[in-house]
Design a protein around this ligand. Structure first.
Ligand code: GLN
Length: 269
């Protein structure tokens, strides 16, 4: 079988699972055959190694069980940078690039030197910031497994970061120029009707309390002691949460994502 054939075969296998079957098939074949995604066409007539066929079958069966492609591949891009993915942390999402881009613009405009990424998960936000802006970044998370993933991702991106194991601000003792956070924000109702793929992600990274806003209340209560004068907060929010969160902070700027959903709340002092 050649590369084009492998893509076609996989795409057909994945078509009952997702509308994105062709893209997923191309991503997976690119990964397995170690051909850059944008070169697949050039190598379409090259042989797809027979030894990799069992991996195609395995991928289809794992996707049929609902497991996200990002966990099966074990890596995913965020802000054009490579990140390892594991079920101990949320998959880096395009939605979150909105928050990351806003934070980067703010850091550049205001010359911020230090950043705390709370609920860092895979570390994708803080590590992108460290990579793109050279900011001194601290990644904080309640999960040791997530922090270990953060360290691997920092190394993969050639940045050095600090990690702190903490429940929100509990163990944070320094002050920072900017605090970024993509906290768990799904509601009890959301959790009761999770899309199948989401059940593979850590529930403690998704669930934000009955109304989804528990972590924002803790941020609003505690941020002031951990932010330098003239600092800023940049928070991701779920759909329909932006106004409520902005209100908790005494008013803030709301930014929409590429789908037009209010996705980030930015407060500058
Ligand atoms: N963005 C995720 C979702 O909607 C939730 C992530 C989070 O709670 N921070 O599925």
């Amino acid at each position: 079988m050649n590369i084009a054939g492998a893509i076609e075969y996989l795409s057909a296998g994945l078509s009952p699972v997702t509308d994105e079957h062709l893209t997923e098939a191309r991503l997976a074949v690119s990964d397995m055959a170690e051909i850059p995604y944008n070169r697949l066409n050039k190598y379409k007539a090259s042989t797809f190694p027979a030894a990799l066929m069992p991996r195609l079958e395995e991928l289809v069966s794992r996707r049929k069980s609902g497991e996200p492609l990002q966990y099966i591949l074990g890596k995913w891009e965020f802000m054009g940078l490579p990140f390892y993915t594991r079920p101990c942390a949320l998959i880096p999402r395009q939605d979150t690039e909105t928050l990351c881009e806003e934070a980067i613009a703010l850091i550049k405009r205001r010359g911020y030197k230090t950043c705390l990424d709370l609920c860092a998960g895979s570390g994708c936000i803080g590590i992108s910031i460290a990579n793109i802006c050279g900011t001194e970044v601290t990644l904080a998370d309640i999960s040791e497994a997530a922090l270990s993933l953060c360290r691997e991702n920092a190394e993969a991106n050639g940045v050095s970061i600090r990690t702190i194991k903490t429940d929100m601000f509990d163990e944070i003792t320094d002050k920072y120029d900017i605090i970024v956070c993509n906290p768990p924000y799904l509601t009890a109702n959301d959790m009761a009707s999770l899309q199948r793929e989401l059940t593979f992600e850590p529930a403690n990274a998704l669930y934000g309390g009955v109304d989804g806003l528990d972590f924002y209340r803790r941020i609003a209560r505690d941020y002031a002691q951990r932010l330098n004068d003239g600092g800023a907060l940049a928070l991701e929010v779920g759909i329909h949460q932006a106004e409520e969160v902005a209100k908790m902070l005494g008013g803030a700027r709301i930014v929409k994502d590429v789908c037009g959903i209010e996705r980030a709340v930015i407060k500058e002092w």
